[in-house]
Design a binder for this molecule. Structure first.
Ligand SMILES: [Zn+2]
Length: 155
């Protein structure tokens, strides 16, 4: 391992998940204590939704789900994405080109050396994923989401 690789590895191992969403965004309509979040979520759901971890690519059954319906926030049940905005990004994560109106908020994610656009539920602050600019028409956006943050309700 050369020095540069070592420095990056050291930073990666010490990079703390951001807990700053609530502080950065102000109060959410739906708030819960940390104990309440832990009680209602699995360990993986908690790590993704509250600590901004990322589920393993290809691990979510929702990645291949193309049924008609609406994807809701697992944290507060707010309707976030419609099935007609979902597409196959071939990344292994459920991907959409547009969120429902007034469903999500974003913030800059400056973990490590990249700057990404993080997105979370506007009502409870649960982390959903990131938004990239390599998506399809008409928006050109790719909302790359963690399936564990979502609950699909068939139409
Ligand atoms: Zn929510």
């Amino acid at each position: 391992m050369d020095r540069r690789t070592f420095v990056i590895a050291a930073l990666a191992s010490t990079a703390m998940p951001s807990l700053a969403i609530a502080a950065a965004e102000g109060n959410f309509e739906v708030t819960r204590t940390d104990a309440e979040w832990r009680a209602m979520l699995t360990d993986l759901q908690y790590r993704v939704m509250r600590l901004q971890a990322t589920e393993r690519a290809g691990s979510s059954p929702l990645d291949k789900n193309y049924s008609d319906g609406v994807y809701h926030c697992r944290g507060c049940d707010l309707a976030l994405y419609n099935s007609d905005t979902k597409y196959d990004s071939k990344t292994g994560w459920p991907s959409f080109f547009r969120a429902r109106r007034n469903a999500i908020r974003t913030m800059e994610d400056r973990k490590l050396f990249s700057v990404r656009t993080e997105c979370h539920c506007r009502r409870c602050g649960s982390h959903l994923g990131h938004i990239f600019s390599d998506g399809p028409a008409p928006t050109g956006q790719r909302h790359c989401l963690n399936g564990v943050s979502l609950v699909f309700r068939a139409a």
